[in-house]
Design a protein around this ligand. Structure first.
Ligand SMILES: [Zn+2]
Ligand SMILES: [Zn+2]
Length: 269
């Protein structure tokens, strides 16, 4: 039985309990303790202890994928199709539970909190790239990593699209749903690293109409800066396959265009 189905059956069995938790606006979203509304933005939905427990990535070791310790994956990859990837937090037990509550447990109250984590990662990325807040469109488009049709039916939403949409809206950047999955793949987290790298080959394709929209809406005539969004970064094979599909489509549609693809995820495992 998956974490998701356990959470779903719990919520079905104890609707009164979950409603009670939700009704108490002063209760920490995670532990039910007293929340600290003075905390910045949606972090106000957490108590002081849960807020302090957030495993922020404050220093990166691998400059490509943002891993906070030695990284064998980027060394093994001949060339990444993305410039670099950054994540807000480490994928520890707490963050795993928050994401599971949202993705599989259908607890939408976690969305603003996870969105806030992505915003923090975005601010860090902009600071690192020296893109000042005064710059009108720091990125030309926010592009979510797609989920398969089967996953979409089962879950009802694509978390990358929802969280990316929040970021896009607050930053005034268009959200362009430019990628499609060519097949349904087994859950990435259930596979070994080698299998992951093999299985993501040609897993994505770019939608030509969406790529045309993307080229049309860009803010600079000769260059384009794109931001891929996903929830969890593990080996980087998913975001790299997405970046490859996007890069191929851009090279075909606009051979002289200079473009850079960056990735942003909530958590780094
Ligand atoms: Zn708490
Ligand atoms: Zn790396």
């Amino acid at each position: 039985m998956s974490v998701g189905s356990i959470l779903r059956s719990f919520r079905r069995a104890f609707p009164a309990f979950t409603a009670l938790l939700a009704a108490n606006a002063n209760a920490c979203l995670v532990c039910g303790g007293r929340c600290e509304p003075r905390q910045q933005g949606h972090f106000g939905s957490l108590c002081r202890t849960c807020f302090r427990g957030i495993p922020w990535i404050t220093r990166v070791y691998c400059l490509i994928c943002g891993r906070p310790e030695h990284c064998p994956d980027c060394v093994r990859r001949a060339r990444a199709a993305f410039v670099l990837s950054r994540s807000a937090v480490r994928y520890d037990a707490a963050i795993r539970a928050w994401i599971a509550q949202y993705k599989y447990g259908g607890n939408e109250a976690f969305e603003p909190l996870l969105g806030e984590l992505l915003t923090m990662a975005y601010r860090g990325l902009c600071a690192e790239l020296r893109l000042p807040p005064s710059m009108p469109r720091r990125f030309d488009a926010v592009i979510p990593v797609p989920v398969s049709e089967a996953r979409l039916l089962e879950r009802g939403f694509n978390q990358a699209e929802r969280l990316g949409g929040r970021l896009a809206e607050s930053e005034g950047i268009p959200l362009v749903d430019a990628l499609r999955r060519t097949r349904h793949s087994v859950k990435q987290s259930a596979k070994t690293r080698g299998a992951r790298l093999r299985d993501t080959h040609n897993l994505f394709r770019a939608d030509s109409a969406a790529v045309a929209e993307l080229l049309h809406s860009r803010s600079r005539p000769d260059s384009c800066r794109l931001l891929l969004i996903d929830d969890i970064y593990t080996t980087g094979s998913t975001v790299n396959a997405c970046a490859e599909a996007l890069a191929d489509a851009l090279r075909q549609a606009a051979p002289t265009l200079r473009f850079e693809i960056y990735c942003l995820t909530l958590a780094r495992s």
